[in-house]
Write a protein that binds this ligand. Sequence first.
Ligand code: KG4
Ligand code: ZN
Length: 345
Amino acid sequence: MILAIETSCDETCAAVVQGAEVRSNIVSSQAALHGRFGGVVPEIASRRHLELVGPVVREALGDAGASFADLRAIAVTAGPGLIGALLVGVSAAKAYAYAAKKPLIPVDHLHGHVAANFLEPDPLEPPFLCLIASGGHTLLAGVRERSSFEVLGTTLDDAAGEALDKAARLLGLGYPGGPAIQKAAEGGDPEAFELPVAMTRDPGLDFSFSGLKTALVYLVRDLPLDQGGPGREAEEPPPVVSDLAASFQAAVVAQLIAKIGRGLDAGDWNAVALGGGVAANTLLRERVGELCERRGVGLKLVGPELCTDNAAMIAAAAQVSTSIPYPGYLSFDAFSTDDRPLQPA
Ligand code: KG4
Ligand code: ZN
């Protein structure tokens, strides 16, 4: 049994996992705390993680009916993410592991999103193609073994979730933007506005969302649009906002689907899987289902709770990552971005 802790952004998470079985998966979201600022405020996130990490770990152990003595190891997201937020999780994990004389398993957050697909029900076996689309990352991963993945393409600018978050802010729909755009889009016409679907003529597997965001900025500037204000998210959006949300969402999804299709062309993949918060998007899930049916490949869609940040996926990755034996991890550090000391084993 592994206890995992995840604090890379604005969710304080702990989970207990045994094999493919999720014994507990606790997520304490700080979204309400950051909402009024329109995005995550790193220092506020770190302070809140500090308050929440102890209670969240206790709840995860309690829900799983487990104690520290039952654990094989303690896993933690080491990066990438907000460095102050990561340090809270890493320090807590080191302290728990040291006190319980257990090994520590540092995990790459992106490997965690891939590894969510190894959990019950129906754990997925490599080889598969995995789109990871979140607030911080958008990449196409080739997964040939459980313990690692190859980055086949990545965003050249904004992440898909970041683009949705920015669009939602522009339309006065609140934070986090992905679910807000999805909700507003329900009543809208996705063909009402023509927005660019970038990179589809580009033969590579990279993504780009900044042009789409700029196109929306110009559209909104030229429309007589009341952008609302605090509290707008509680109201029914005006039809033009619903149409803009639907058109924007459709353009984001079209690019993601085009690149998954191209990834399938370029390799012998048995299945497609999705990870990251944007993978919770209903339109994306529908479209990827249609694509896989057309191409005759398998499809794995984990539940929305395993798409957005959670610690069960970190425990899943930990099972195939290198552990540091007690007590050799006291000087182990978190990492914030690309220059990572840690690669999936
Ligand atoms: O994976 P995640 O929870 O955190 C990061 O590692 O970034 O992803 C958060 C991102 C946010 O940008 C949020 O707007 C987006 O995922 N998101 C969605 C949906 N739910 C969350 N985007 C589209 N549709 C959703 N239903
Ligand atoms: Zn994430």
